[in-house]
Design a protein around this ligand. Structure first.
Ligand code: GDP
Length: 570
């Protein structure tokens, strides 16, 4: 490629004291010296991304840049959070309307989950789904897409429970917070009271000697909005947000659904690189090719650079929000990578998180801090618990309350624990069946107590590794084998009917013949009506890809069960 023959290169190497033959590989640094001597510019080829990094959403590894000289400033990605009715939606609408760019383009903005505005010639990307729920759900999937959180607090109402919850979520994610004190047009607005209340949570305004930027705004009249945008840009500058627009794109899925005319579509925010139409990509365990790409105004676009949100079509099914998308050279690599991620995902589903895992990590010294989501029935008992927990002393491991509040244990609490690798403890709290189900799905144990002493005692035991998890077997249900199929790849597929409770994908099964146990196996894939299913309930038929004890017979009963580590509570 350089036009210099092998003899010349070998000669040049020799001059530099390196004896190399024609079949030898030389390292990059050496190559660079020789290339310099020839007056040739070379660039290091980026290594392939590992499936582990893609699967765990390890953006940091994915964004690793070989050449810092290629990095350029990129727009900040901003999420708006706060208590209900404090004006999050109104603020997002108001900001969108101040945008000259979209007005000139006809003012029609499509809802794709994010939009961009321009201020002083610089762009800002806003996530259009207000609230911390989506933010934390994505974080639980391993994605870190937001750069800045705008915490909306109504000046007439002040700090409310969800304000605190939102700021705890942002702080735990280490995302810088800008406070928007909203509704200052109202007569009973008391911005100074809000500032005072926020001080309790470590947010002190700059004018009072603190570090937090607080902007007074009215989403109704538009007052203060330009200033807020300037503050966002200032924060972005201080955060030194950079990306390389010339490389192949890496992005994060923030929304996905099925479009009647385009099929599966996803909104992707580009983290680095530039995404082009016709690019081959891997997203989660899927692969595809960008067939259609639109920006937030609904206009077709051929490419999208760093921090730009785009809607894309070209995947076989919808990915999950939080999935990482990355562009690869060709379809062959895409297929292989997707397969690797799928294998990891399946293996992970068989693995357990939860208290048992946390205890073993503490015991082995891997974990130095127990992260706790704490809920109690009253403010009094919550304060008492917090004080007692603060007094728990342990040489090796600390306790950090990452989220606390009064009331029921919610989905948001569970997702916070999932996102941070923590546990949820409740005192006289109610856990709805819906929340239990989510906790089960996320493998997060929710521990509820009626006696303070027991709660504190369990924390101490977790810290010292003394809390022995009980190994319990959880029988999910039974299915009767109706028919055996052998696919081309010599995989065993069996047709079954669920006869008791339900059976679940990726679980172990015991094979009963009559009342004798004849063997054990594993459900590696579960289908209901030709669609992949997580579980199939009583009375329904299903197709199972099975591995394990053979030969099976029609009429065999498969008992699906899970082995779980639980610590005794309740
Ligand atoms: P969200 O639940 O946080 O998304 O709150 P909304 O954006 O839906 O706003 C709740 C209510 O407050 C709506 O009736 C808004 O019109 C009103 N509102 C929002 N911002 C302002 C403001 O700056 N001033 C006044 N007076 N009302 C506002």
């Amino acid at each position: 490629k350089t036009g210099f023959g092998a003899a010349k290169v070998i000669g040049e190497l020799m001059k530099n004291g390196i004896l190399a033959n024609i079949n030898q590989q030389i390292d990059y640094e050496t190559a660079q010296i020789i290339a310099d001597d020839f007056g040739v510019k070379i660039r290091k080829k980026r290594g392939e991304l590992s499936a582990e990094d893609v699967f765990t959403g390890n953006l940091e590894a994915l964004l690793k840049e070989d050449d810092p000289a290629m990095l350029q400033p990129r727009p900040p990605i901003v999420v708006v959070m706060g208590h209900v009715d404090h004006g999050k939606t109104k603020l997002l609408d108001c900001i969108r309307e101040t945008d000259v760019v979209s007005r000139e383009a006809g003012g029609i903005t499509q809802h794709i989950g994010a939009y961009q505005v321009e201020k002083n010639g610089k762009k800002i990307t806003f996530l259009d789904t207000p609230g911390h729920e989506a933010f934390t759900a994505m974080r639980a999937r391993g994605a870190r897409v937001t750069d800045i959180a705008v915490l909306v607090v109504a000046a007439d109402e002040g700090v409310k429970p969800q304000t605190v919850e939102a700021l705890q979520h942002a702080q735990e994610a280490k995302v810088p917070i800008i406070v928007a004190i909203n509704k200052i047009d109202k007569e009973d607005a008391q911005p100074d009271r809000v500032k005072g209340e926020l001080g309790e949570y470590g947010l002190v305004p700059e004018e009072w000697g603190g570090k937090t930027i607080m902007a007074a705004v009215s989403a109704l009249t538009g007052q203060g909005i330009p200033h807020l945008l300037e503050m966002i840009l200032l924060t972005a500058e201080m955060e030194n947000l950079r990306a390389n627009p010339t490389r192949e794109a890496v992005g994060t899925v923030i929304e996905a659904n099925l479009s009647p005319n385009l099929g599966p579509i996803a909104t992707v925010i580009v983290n680095t690189g530039t995404l082009h139409v016709t690019d081959n990509f891997v997203v989660g365990s899927l692969f595809g090719r960008v067939k259609v790409m639109k920006d937030y105004t609904g206009k077709t676009t051929a490419s999208a650079g760093p921090s730009m949100p785009v809607l894309i079509a070209g995947m076989p099914i919808t990915p999950q929000s939080g999935d990482i998308l990355h562009v690869v050279n060709n379809e062959h690599i895409a297929r292989q990578q997707a397969l690797n991620v799928m294998t990891l995902r399946e293996a992970d589903l068989l693995k357990k998180r939860g208290v048992g895992e946390i205890i073993s990590q503490i015991s082995s010294g891997q974990l130095k801090q127990l992260k706790l989501v704490l809920k109690a029935d009253t403010k009094g008992s919550l304060e008492a618990l917090k004080q007692s927990i603060a007094q728990i002393k342990n040489e090796n491991v600390g306790v950090k309350i990452i989220l606390s509040g009064v009331g029921n244990i919610t989905e948001s609490d569970v997702m916070m624990a999932a996102a941070s690798g923590g546990i949820v403890m409740g005192f006289h709290s109610v856990v709805s069946p819906q929340v239990k189900k989510i906790a089960e799905r996320e493998n997060i144990e929710v521990l509820n107590y009626t006696i303070i002493y027991n709660l504190l005692d369990d924390i101490k035991k977790i810290l010292t590794g003394l809390l022995e998890p009980e190994i319990v077997e959880n029988i999910l249900g039974r299915a009767e084998l109706k028919k055996i199929f052998l696919t081309e790849k010599k995989e065993l597929i069996i047709g079954c009917k669920v006869v008791k409770w339900y059976i679940e994908n990726k679980t172990k099964v015991r094979i009963f013949r009559g009342d004798q146990i004849v063997g054990e196996g594993l459900i590696t894939s579960l289908k209901s009506f030709d669609k992949q299913a997580h579980e199939v309930s009583e009375g329904n038929e299903c197709g199972i890809r099975y591995e394990g004890f053979l030969p099976l017979q029609e009429g065999d009963i498969l008992e699906s069960y899970k082995i779980e580590k639980r610590i005794r509570t309740l």
